[in-house]
Design a protein around this ligand. Structure first.
Ligand code: C5P
Length: 396
């Protein structure tokens, strides 16, 4: 959780400086207090006014501005910081930090803060590959700085290679990792499934369902932020989350195979995927022609993954129901011998398939049903993980 965290965002003079606005915005939306410091060249790429508008807080770029150097507030922000993030970080600021120069607002703040410092380099391919930059980065790493490695791709110069500022999502995940979670799942291995499986009829047609995978992804990300090692087995096409092992699958049979392999060392399996219950008995090798007026398909059951994959790990299931929600969920809990089942009402427009919110009831083997109000899928994920943490604690 980034809510109420104090984050100093240092921006230096790279063409990628405009992406810092996105980072500032995401951090602010997550509830963090973001204090921006900038080098003078950075202000040529993006204005302090933009950052002030986004964060709602003063932005300091001029070292000789009396309000920055000596004001009580500025010293207070340096002391209260939970993390300082420099994104984008040029070769020049990296070199300054490596030797302790403090001649601009960013390098000065780095030297003054006791908070962990995260550096997201962004520069042209040759500057990043230059031995002096490599050496400086290695020095910072050895001193405990967190480096968010740049990505590979096309540069503003037209060259292609390493040096592009890491994706904003990757930087956000790294910040979450440092200041975010309670780390109560540190060292635990969780397997999470997501998305709706596709059961093919022929090479281009399948039986599917409208599951987006959002609930499973929220669970995977929340577990990662709480320190777990996460394997996400997904039949969804959402972008891959950072810091999670992703195993893409399409069919129920492939999902079963992937789950069976992944649970070997797992502490918990959370099956948020909407697995198809039926598959076509045969899959045509070539596209079925629409010559005849009708087509009859023979359907057979898919493997019940959660019902069949057993072991010492905790097993959490989901029940998407349209009627008699609690009764049906209770039956599944017993039948599949689950530790916990998450029941949701798919007739509510704000809950279930495709949307970002969910309204669920948690039912454990023992204890009363816990009905939660409508909340974001991420909040639901954390509530489920609170239960998982509790149950894993008891298993020891
Ligand atoms: O039996 P039902 O499909 O309603 O149970 C839902 C739970 O079982 C979900 O957690 C789902 O991921 C899992 N499931 C499964 N294999 C199936 C069908 C559902 O693991 N073939």
């Amino acid at each position: 959780m980034l809510n109420n965290k104090n984050i100093i965002l240092g921006i230096t003079g790279s063409i990628a400086a405009y992406k810092a606005a996105d980072i500032a915005s995401k951090l602010t939306q997550a509830g963090a207090k973001v204090d921006v410091v900038m080098t003078e060249p950075a202000t040529k790429f993006i204005t302090p006014l933009t950052l002030r508008g986004i964060t709602g807080r003063a932005v300091v770029a001029d070292m000789f501005d009396p309000a920055s150097q000596h004001s009580i507030e500025h010293i207070a922000l340096v002391e209260a910081a939970d993390v300082m993030v420099i994104a984008p970080a040029t070769a020049s600021i990296i070199a300054k930090m490596a030797v302790g120069i403090a001649d601009d607002m960013v390098s000065l703040t780095v030297l003054a803060t006791r908070a962990p410092v995260m550096v997201a380099p962004a520069m042209d391919v040759d500057m990043f590959a230059n031995p002096v930059t490599r050496e400086n980065l290695a020095r910072l790493k050895a001193r405990g700085f967190i480096i968010v490695d740049p990505g590979y791709g096309r540069m503003a110069s037209g060259k292609v290679g390493w040096g592009r500022l890491a994706d904003v999502d990757k930087i956000m995940a790294a910040i979450e990792g440092v200041v975010g979670g309670s780390a109560d799942l540190a060292g635990k291995r969780l397997v999470v499934t997501a998305g709706g499986t596709r059961e093919y009829i022929d090479p281009v047609r399948y039986i599917g369902n409208p599951s987006s995978g959002k609930m499973g992804y929220a669970l995977a990300e929340a577990a990662r932020d709480r320190g777990a090692k996460v394997t996400l087995i997904t039949a969804s096409s959402l972008p891959e989350p950072e810091g999670v092992t992703v195993v893409p699958v399409e069919t129920a049979a492939q999902m079963k195979q992937a789950v069976t392999k992944a649970v070997a060392k797992a502490d918990a399996l959370l099956m948020a995927a909407a697995v198809a219950d039926y598959q076509s008995r045969t899959v045509a090798r070539s596209k079925i022609k629409k010559d005849s007026p009708g087509l009859t398909l023979e359907l057979v059951r898919t493997p019940d993954i959660l019902g069949e994959v057993r072991g010492k790990f905790l097993r959490v299931g989901f029940a998407a129901e349209s009627d008699n929600i609690i009764t049906n969920a209770k039956k599944k809990l017993a039948k599949k011998k689950l530790d916990l089942i998450v029941a949701n009402d798919i007739t509510d427009k704000k809950s279930g398939f495709g949307v970002d919110t969910n309204k669920v009831t948690l039912l454990a083997k023992k204890g009363k049903a816990e009905s939660l109000p409508l909340m974001s899928k991420r909040e639901v994920a954390d509530k489920i993980l609170d239960r998982v943490v509790g149950m894993l604690g008891k298993k020891k």
